[in-house]
Design a protein around this ligand. Structure first.
Ligand SMILES: C[S@@+](CC[C@H](N)C(=O)[O-])C[C@H]1O[C@@H](n2cnc3c(N)ncnc32)[C@H](O)[C@@H]1O
Ligand code: SF4
Length: 372
């Protein structure tokens, strides 16, 4: 079974930290919707016909009207067998979480919301250049619950250079008070080309120390575990039965088709990515240009092995010795030797999942296990 991702690359404005492809320039949303449907028809055979998960990500999908969302979902229904779909996620920006809008999405079949909150602290939100206040963030959660969604996730960002440990603790307390089933706690990444990178270069902010980052990571893991959440991937915590199926499909190498400007696709052998240019994307699907809008990469066995290590090591179950031996026999000996060293040094458990010491150093451990 396969997954479908739709990239909606418009944003009200650009947040200082965000390196995802999105634009605050005017994009004709009807035309973009039409282009998505044309791409869907053109590329539908990239994956098999039976879908398991669908994900509207961005950018800001919640800038789509209900009519536009319906048009896209109807288009998908006309092309794929949806009888096995278990999860349809829609990313919501807190300022767009109007009660009627969320109820309307539910009527269309959306059964999971991922709300971008980042922090419940107004000062943090101003530094991040978010379009919403903490009041709007909490209202978004309440509206989602009242609209009848059971499967709700929020995003928070830790290690903010302008924030503090007390605020992070309060963020988690507020999340816990709503008893939601899922949270993604991302570590702030200083992405190239962002305003945040410039502010750091100009010494307006200083990245948090490694020691501070570990303190937030450990606190997050402990407090969420104590409250019944399973730490199933580096940044992801879920109550039993509420893991993100779509993201889990990515992390376990299931095939997916990504539609929209900047979207990526993968079918086990080949990776395809659409150019990050919404205007060019629309011109192409309106037949106004024949410029190249996609790039391809045929994956070598080494690429696949490295991806396996990078993604699996971040997951609760860790790496699988038997799988590596069977799928990547040429790398097995080295892999096995390095794993043994890491077990002896206390970074990996015998089942090759990360120990607490391992979680702390995971980026360098993963690099050490990759074939580079
Ligand atoms: C692709 S964004 C889209 C979500 C939605 N547009 C929003 O902002 O609410 C998904 C999530 O990625 C996370 N994110 C984006 N840039 C990040 C960065 N530089 N470091 C850490 N997390 C980041 C944020 O938590 C954000 O909610
Ligand atoms: S974080 Fe979300 S709203 Fe902000 S620029 Fe990125 S995609 Fe847009």
């Amino acid at each position: 079974m396969s997954s479908l991702y739709l990239h909606i690359p418009f944003c009200h404005h650009k947040c200082v930290y965000c390196g995802f492809y999105s634009t605050a320039r005017y994009i004709d949303r009807d035309l973009y919707t039409e282009s998505l449907l044309k791409e869907l028809h053109t590329r539908k055979d990239f994956i098999d016909n039976s879908l398991q998960t669908i994900y509207f990500g961005g950018g800001t999908p919640s800038l789509l009207s209900l009519q536009q969302a319906e048009k896209i979902l109807t288009g998908i229904e006309n092309v794929y067998d949806l009888s096995n779909v278990t999860e349809i996620t829609f990313e919501i920006n807190a300022e767009n979480a109007d009660a009627d809008y969320l109820k309307g999405l539910k009527r269309l079949g959306i059964n999971r919301l991922s709300i971008g909150i980042e922090s419940f602290d107004d000062e943090d939100l101003r530094h991040l250049n978010r379009s919403h206040t903490s009041f709007q963030a909490e209202t978004a959660i309440k509206n989602a619950v009242n609209a009848g969604y059971e499967n709700i996730s929020i995003d928070l960002i830790s290690n903010l250079p302008f924030s503090c440990f007390e605020k992070w603790k309060k963020n988690l307390d507020i999340f816990i008070s709503y008893n939601l089933p899922h949270i993604s706690c991302y570590t702030l990444m200083i992405e190239q080309g962002t305003m945040l990178e410039k502010l750091i270069q100009n010494k307006k902010y200083f990245p948090v120390s490694e020691e501070y980052a570990l303190k937030e990571f450990d606190y997050t893991m402990n407090v969420l575990k104590k409250n019944g959440y399973i730490h199933y991937e580096t940044s992801s915590y879920a109550k039993p039965g509420f893991r993100s199926e779509h993201n889990t499909a990515y992390w376990t190498f299931q095939p997916y088709l990504g539609l929209g400007a900047g979207a990526h696709s993968y079918n086990g052998n080949i990776r395809v990515w659409n150019k990050e240019d919404a205007e060019l994307y629309m011109s192409y699907y309106q037949g106004e240009t024949s410029s190249k809008i996609q790039s391809y990469e045929l994956l070598t066995s080494e690429d696949r092995f490295n991806e396996y290590v990078m993604l699996s090591a971040r997951m609760q179950n860790g790496l699988d010795r038997k799988y590596v031996k069977k799928r990547f026999p040429e790398y097995y000996e080295n892999f096995s030797r390095r794993c043994r060293e890491m077990i002896n040094d206390g970074f990996l458990n015998e089942d090759l999942s990360l120990t607490l010491k391992g979680w702390h150093l995971q980026d360098s451990l993963i690099l050490n296990l990759c074939n580079v």
